[in-house]
Write a protein of this length. Structure first.
Length: 212
């Protein structure tokens, strides 16, 4: 399994190159993006982020103090804007009350403890928590999403209905525990899923993973 996973990584890297993910100007922007990207594509998140920047709300305290109606209006492009406004407020409450919105302070927290804390925040599930941990705070944890399950179930390395933890163990148990590797690998999976391994019309014949 270790050999298979490493082979897939190198094929993807040879095809797509470094992905430079997560595109953001700050740790806080990554945290916000991790919530906004739930159930939508990144281009929609970018529009919402730009709206928040335009109104100078990409600041923990300013965003927390802003009216829900204003936030919802600005993040509307990301969809589910009322729900995501509530989720952002819950994450902000946690970040401000527990860490004083201090990125250095929260970054110093251990992976296991911080993950448990993030998962206790209403609206933060495993994928969102792990995205924040890996991309914002450089914690070595592999992010699982629908793209990962799609690609690896089609390669018979995961069951289609695999639980999040089961899918995550596939990578955590068989790859070198390394932030840079986990970051790049997940981004490459997203790239191949979007380019070749689509949900309805996969381009198996030309996929760099030679799946058909």
């Amino acid at each position: 399994m270790k050999r298979k996973l490493n082979s897939i990584y190198h094929k993807l890297y040879s095809c797509f190159g470094a992905q430079h993910w997560w595109p953001a100007d700050s740790i806080f922007e990554i945290m916000v993006g991790a919530v906004l990207t739930q159930n939508t594509n990144w281009s929609n998140v970018e529009k919402a982020i730009e709206n928040l920047k335009k109104y100078k709300l990409l600041d923990p305290q300013r965003l927390y103090n802003a009216a829900n109606s204003k936030i919802a209006r600005l993040i509307r492009p990301a969809g589910y804007y009322n729900i995501k406004t509530q989720r952002l407020k819950e994450l902000l409450r946690f970040y401000i009350n527990n860490y004083g919105a201090n990125a250095r302070k929260i970054s110093a927290r251990g992976l296991t403890d911080l993950r448990r804390e993030l998962l206790s925040v209403k609206g933060v599930g495993p994928e969102t928590a792990d995205s924040i941990l890996l991309y914002a705070f450089n914690k070595p944890i592999f992010v699982i999403d629908s793209y990962t399950k799609r690609v690896f179930s089609r390669h018979k390395l995961l069951k289609e209905d695999a639980e999040y933890d089961e899918a995550q163990r596939l990578f955590m148990d068989n790859l070198t525990v390394d932030v840079k590797l986990f970051n790049e690998y997940h981004a490459l999976i997203v790239a191949v899923a979007k380019t070749y391994c689509s949900k309805s019309h996969p381009k198996c014949a030309v996929c760099p993973l030679d799946f058909c």
